[in-house]
Design a protein around this ligand. Structure first.
Ligand code: NDP
Length: 310
């Protein structure tokens, strides 16, 4: 652990440890559901092509699912797969009652329109929460009952960590930096539902630093290495760093070494923030844990079983 991490250890939101706890609860719930209802949640993960990062993500998701007692099936398709071939696989998985969750790993090769594929997934099995039915349910606050939204995994995990650290979020000033469909927008929806006052900032926002400095909760999801500086952060704020950026991190032994950094300058931020997620070991592990939670939720809803509350 670096000196700074040791000095400010109580400020670190340990996403890895939080995710381990959540995964243990998911594993216990899966065991109970199997015994009580004879139901084994299952997840189909579809990977098209050989993008190395996607291969790692898919492998990690499969392993995590199996460790929680969820059946995980990989469907690996050639990089030259046509859109029609992929849609045919999605249709087969939609029709298979033993498959409860479907995840098509993004990005897809250029010949395939990701929106067409996401649209084709049965919303009840859309464990990524990207289908317009699920984004619509999230936007309209349909969060409980058999037709509740399946919520995108990354913002879901961020909200869990914030509530765990801060308790009731109502009335807090939240700034979400980034407005993508998979992180920024659903994050803003979840924080609005938690009764925060939410600002969504993006590449056209004027005086970004001043906007960020207003935030009691700052969620950075821009994909720009260490863009958020220490003096952009209100003293005591909770900072959630979603960014995963691969950058050179040369050492004496290995001048070509690469490493991961977030969208926040961690060393500067931890001296100011009240709480902060590290990269790696913050949001990333929670994203996978929430995928498992969504799979169990989807399996329960499809089988008339009351879904656990995570
Ligand atoms: P996108 O590229 O889809 O969106 C980035 C957003 O950041 C856009 O809204 C963009 O604004 C905004 N932005 C970009 N540059 C600037 C800038 N200089 N100033 C202000 N705003 C800016 O990214 P994602 O949302 O998919 O991902 C964001 C980051 O999170 C990435 O690093 C990604 O790897 C990581 N990620 C991590 C996950 C995890 O599990 N930890 C999961 C998903 C993503 P505009 O809309 O105006 O272009």
């Amino acid at each position: 652990m670096s000196d700074l991490k040791a000095r400010f250890a109580d400020r670190i939101i340990d996403g890895k440890a939080f995710a381990e706890g959540l995964r243990a609860r998911i594993g216990a719930a899966v065991g109970e559901i199997k015994v009580a209802h004879g139901l084994t949640p299952s997840l189909a993960v579809v990977l098209v092509g050989e993008d190395p990062a996607s291969q790692v993500y898919v492998r990690n998701k499969g392993r995590a699912a199996e460790a929680a007692g969820i059946v995980a099936a990989d469907h690996r398709l050639d990089a030259t797969t046509s859109q029609d071939e992929l849609l045919a696989l999605v249709a087969t998985l939609n029709d298979d009652p033993t498959v409860h969750g479907i995840l098509v790993q993004l990005p897809l090769p250029d010949q395939i329109d990701p929106a067409a594929v996401i649209d084709a997934i049965d919303p009840a099995k859309d464990v990524d929460g990207f289908h317009v039915v699920n984004t619509g349910r999230l936007a309209t606050g349909q969060m409980s009952g058999p037709n509740a939204a399946l919520v995108p995994c990354t913002p879901l995990g961020c909200r869990m960590m914030l509530e765990d650290r801060l308790g009731d979020l109502s009335g807090l000033e939240a700034v979400v930096l980034g407005r993508s469909n998979i992180v920024g927008k659903p994050m803003a929806q979840l924080l609005t539902q938690a009764s925060c006052t939410v600002t969504v900032a993006h590449s056209r926002t004027r005086d970004l630093a001043a906007v960020c400095r207003r935030a009691d909760i700052l969620v950075a999801a821009v994909g720009r290495p260490q863009m958020v500086q220490g003096d952009w952060i209100k003293p005591g704020a909770a900072v959630i760093d979603v960014g995963i950026n691969r950058v050179p991190k040369p050492t004496d032994d290995d001048p070509d070494k690469m490493g991961l950094v977030g969208d926040v300058d961690f060393d500067a931020a931890i001296a100011v923030a009240g709480a902060i997620t590290p990269v790696p070991g913050g949001v990333g592990p929670m994203t996978i844990a929430c995928l498992l939670a969504n799979t169990v939720t989807a399996a329960c809803r499809q089988n008339g079983v009351e879904a656990p509350v995570w």
